[in-house]
Design a protein around this ligand. Structure first.
Ligand code: ZN
Length: 79
């Protein structure tokens, strides 16, 4: 772990930081990991627009749909 200046604002940030705590610019760690990094940036961006409550209801909704589908498949196979 080392400290580097943010490329956007010059604020000193950790190389392990996903984004600059001062300006939010993605850190070295965020751009390093290919798909995982992109997913993290997308998650951060989505997080600014989607509230935690909305996200929770989406997750609960997805779980309910998957559970319903699993029950239907079980019923079809049993019948
Ligand atoms: Zn910055």
């Amino acid at each position: 772990m080392a400290l580097i200046p943010c490329t956007a604002c010059g604020h000193t940030i950790s190389t392990e930081a996903l984004s600059c705590p001062s300006c939010g610019h993605p850190g070295a760690n965020a751009s390093r990991g290919g798909r995982e990094g992109v997913a993290r940036i997308a998650g951060t961006v989505a997080g600014s627009y989607i509230s935690a409550q909305m996200l929770a209801s989406i997750i609960v909704g997805s779980v309910a749909i998957v559970s319903f589908a699993a029950i239907m498949i079980a019923v079809i196979l049993a019948g």
